[in-house]
Design a protein around this ligand. Structure first.
Ligand code: BGC
Length: 778
């Protein structure tokens, strides 16, 4: 036996005895020698490798590395980089699945550049190992996922979150989502959606920021910043703004349908949020499924090359939507897969998500001279640049970290942020006689509604790795919050997606009769929010209306808690209840957030970013509409006017609407300064006071109208807002600086126009309830 001291490789001695087995110093010396030899050999071969393959040399500038790598790639490998595959699972029994085997082979052959829907450290590492160690050039893969409102901790749906108008908060939420997703190996989210929509029939309104282009731009930019940070660590991910462009205008709200609008609308209504997000540094964009000027956007050169690449100077990556290149065949724009690949790439589109037409046909298209190699190289370079800049060539598993995956997901801190976001998203639509918040003296609360106890229906379609079992239902949240104050008696009142149920209604009425206040959770399932969830009737189901009718007869105060991923038609609900809270689809912390608002621990401050129509027949209905040549009178009437004969023109709740438990009053609205087309500056100011009984936040809104211009302008356009907190009795003067950009607009070619003439400036608490002043632009 030799010494029980061990000599380490650096020659020092550890005095700790080795308990289990003894190693002689000679053996150790040999071991150290071989390790040193191995390290030297490794470093040497690495140095040689970097010399022979400059693209592997991290010390060289990225552009040099890209150039070197592209020069080594075959056209097949280039097409492979432009191929994005739906991944799935690659470990365990999945390895013998023929489909997965084929994908693994493609990765080995260098025919895949990125994958979507591969998640978790184990899976991402497994397939990344194949890409980097078994393919000829060892190019790492990018992993993408729809992280729309959280990865494991689920935040309010983006539409709800937007109602907070809380830009720093929105940014923070995206940061948390990125932190969780990146820990599980994800590099890239397909969010935020920047599509402006005026149609609540479209299921995807839940993914956006509502109907206003300017606010939509600010929110999209905040989301991009939150997801990406500086992209210089492994806790942020690439953002992807989608669906470029104008997909929110799908006719009749029907998914995948035609879009057809003017160039004036394109520039002034649909493009601004994408532009704001590009300016915020979005690394990637996604094509839409739609059509502009009769040309599918994936192959729309005007959009992709002229606007995005040339006018906006976008240097990042553009990915197709799921098989959108191939769908051009069904649209009647491409004859076959090859034609589709050619038209997309020639228009300036880049990555092919899942259609596989590029990987299949690009090599022959280039060889036949039908697609210029320069265009291919440009697209490949953009993807490689991202991979180099993320550091994936040096550390292919930089984002796949077991430790982080274990500790950073669904933490109490993340849930707290999600809860704050959820509270700030709830819109108080009606509060007769200050029925809310529930008074401390109330001892018996009836909570009715099957949704209040259905975790599955609390989550929507885009929940990444969120699990409904982890969510707090409204029933759970209420029981927890009111545990020491009041008794909560629950009954279902209706079956989800069913006919009227008399027995359930009778039971609910009985509970209501025994309570001092009745809360009824009505709405539609979270599962009805998202892609492929178009509804011709975005309404409260009939069996729930019948329940409300029965509850009204009890004479008890009734508050509707509406859970839905979009505004619904609530006109028939409004007359049956005393209070209404629009609770949207709020994610993991739903129940806690709703309970805090009901109890008054949080005073609601959200304002809807989408108009609530009075009737489905009004759709599209939006605040920034045009006056027409025959506007209605101030009461909404008049013959031979632009109006309906059976319903009002006005919506039920306008854009920007949302009540508080307190009251805010507006006074001293004035404008000072001179505005000229040569660059003057005007300041408008208004004093807002909290004249109610609760401290609270108000979102002060500024709108502008250009009364006569070379292109007709909307009756109002949001151009500013400020979220202020006022204690009871407090007041604050809020300023709005009006400069060229608030008064100008874009013509059909995207040129900015600032024209002299009369403007109205509005200040108010929502888009309808405003005060107005004139402004003359000289
Ligand atoms: C959707 C995109 C989504 C993509 C990948 C498509 O069907 O339109 O928004 O990012 O699938 O999941």
């Amino acid at each position: 036996m030799g010494s029980n001291k061990i000599k380490d490789c650096f020659g020092s001695f550890s005095s700790k005895p080795i308990p289990v087995f003894q190693i002689t110093s000679i053996t150790m010396q040999k071991l150290c020698l071989s390790i040193s030899f191995f390290i030297c050999f490794y470093l040497l071969s690495f140095a040689q490798d970097s010399k022979r393959f400059p693209y592997r040399n991290a010390k060289l500038p990225v552009e040099e590395r890209i150039k070197d790598l592209i020069s080594r790639m075959t056209i097949e490998e280039k097409a492979g980089q432009l191929n994005q595959l739906n991944g799935g699972v690659f470990t365990g029994p999945a390895q013998s699945d023929p489909g997965q085997k084929a994908k693994i082979q493609q990765v080995k052959d260098g025919l895949v550049g990125s994958m979507l829907n591969v998640t978790g450290v184990v899976e991402t590492k497994a397939i990344q190992k194949i890409a980097t160690e078994e393919s000829r050039l060892g190019i790492p893969l990018l992993f993408a996922l729809d992280v729309i409102h959280g990865y494991k901790t689920i935040f309010p749906i983006p539409l709800a979150e937007a109602c907070s108008w809380d830009l720093p908060g929105i940014e923070k939420n995206a940061t948390v989502a990125a932190k969780e997703a990146s820990a599980a190996g994800i590099h890239w989210t397909f969010a935020p959606m920047c599509d402006i929509s005026n149609d609540i029939r479209w299921g995807r309104v839940m993914e956006g920021a509502g109907e206003d282009p300017w606010l939509g731009g600010l929110i999209s930019a905040a989301r991009v910043k939150g997801f990406q940070g500086k992209l210089d660590d492994n806790a942020h991910i690439l953002a992807c703004i989608k669906h470029f462009a104008g997909y929110g205008a799908v006719e009749s709200g029907r998914e995948y349908n035609l879009t057809d609008f003017s160039h004036v609308a394109l520039w002034n209504k649909y493009l601004p949020p994408y532009k704001a997000a590009v300016e915020a540094g979005a690394a990637t964009l996604m094509n839409g499924f739609n059509v502009i000027d009769g040309v599918p956007v994936s192959a729309n050169k005007y959009l992709v090359t002229d606007i995005l690449k040339k006018k906006w100077g976008f240097k990042g990556l553009l990915v197709s939507d799921w098989a959108s290149f191939q769908e051009m065949i069904a649209w009647g724009y491409a004859e076959n897969d090859k034609d589709a690949a050619m038209k997309s790439i020639n228009a300036g589109s880049m990555l092919d998500m899942q259609a596989r037409v590029v990987v299949k046909y690009l090599p022959e298209l280039v060889k036949e001279g039908k697609v210029p190699m320069a265009l291919v190289d440009d697209a490949v370079a953009r993807l490689l640049r991202i991979k180099f800049e993320l550091g994936l060539f040096e550390q292919p598993n930089k984002f796949s970290n077991e430790e982080r995956e274990k500790v950073e997901l669904f933490t109490p801190a993340n849930r707290q942020i999600a809860r704050d976001a959820a509270k700030k998203s709830i819109v108080l639509l009606k509060n007769d006689n200050q029925i809310l918040p529930i008074q401390k003296s109330v001892k018996k609360i009836a909570l009715i509604g099957a949704y209040a106890d259905s975790k599955d229906d609390m989550f929507d379609f885009w929940i990444a790795k969120g699990e409904s079992k982890d969510a707090v239902s409204i029933l759970e949240g209420m029981k927890l919050k009111f545990a020491n104050h009041a008794e909560i008696s629950f009954s279902k009142g209706y079956e989800i997606n069913a006919e009227k149920n008399d027995a359930l209604i009778a039971e609910a009425v009985e509970k209501a009769n025994g309570a001092e206040i009745v809360l009824v959770n009505i709405g539609i399932s979270g599962k009805m929010a998202g892609e492929d969830r178009a509804l011709a009737r975005p309404e409260i189901p009939e069996n729930q209306i019948q329940l409300l009718q029965a509850l009204k007869k009890t004479g008890k105060p009734v508050v509707a808690l509406i859970t839905s991923g979009r505004p619904l038609i609530l006109t028939n609900v409004e007359s049956l209840v005393n209070g209404m809270l629009q609770c949207w689809i709020l994610g993991t912390e739903t129940g806690n957030a709703v309970a805090e608002v009901l109890a008054g621990s949080f005073n609601p401050s959200a304002k809807t970013v989408m108009t609530f129509p009075y009737d489905v027949g009004q759709i599209p209905v939006y605040y920034n509409h045009f006056q027409t040549g025959r506007p209605v009178d101030s009461n909404g009437n008049g013959s031979w006017r632009s109006r309906y004969r059976d319903i009002p023109n006005k919506p039920l709740f306008p854009f920007g609407f949302g009540l508080s438990y307190t009251n805010f009053s507006y006074k001293d609205f004035k404008i000072s300064g001179i505005e000229t087309t040569k660059g003057g500056k005007v300041t408008a100011s208004v004093t807002v006071s909290n004249s109610g009984k609760f401290d609270g936040e108000e979102i002060v809104q500024w709108y502008v109208r250009d009364l006569a211009a070379s292109i007709i302008r909307p009756v109002k356009e949001l151009k500013g807002f400020e979220k202020i907190f006022l204690k009871v009795g407090e007041q604050k003067t809020v300023n709005f600086t009006i400069s060229d950009k608030e008064l100008s607009f874009l013509d059909g070619e995207g040129n900015e126009k600032l024209e002299p003439g009369r403007f109205h400036i509005f200040a108010g608490t929502n888009s309808e309830n405003v005060q107005k002043l004139d402004l003359d632009l000289k």
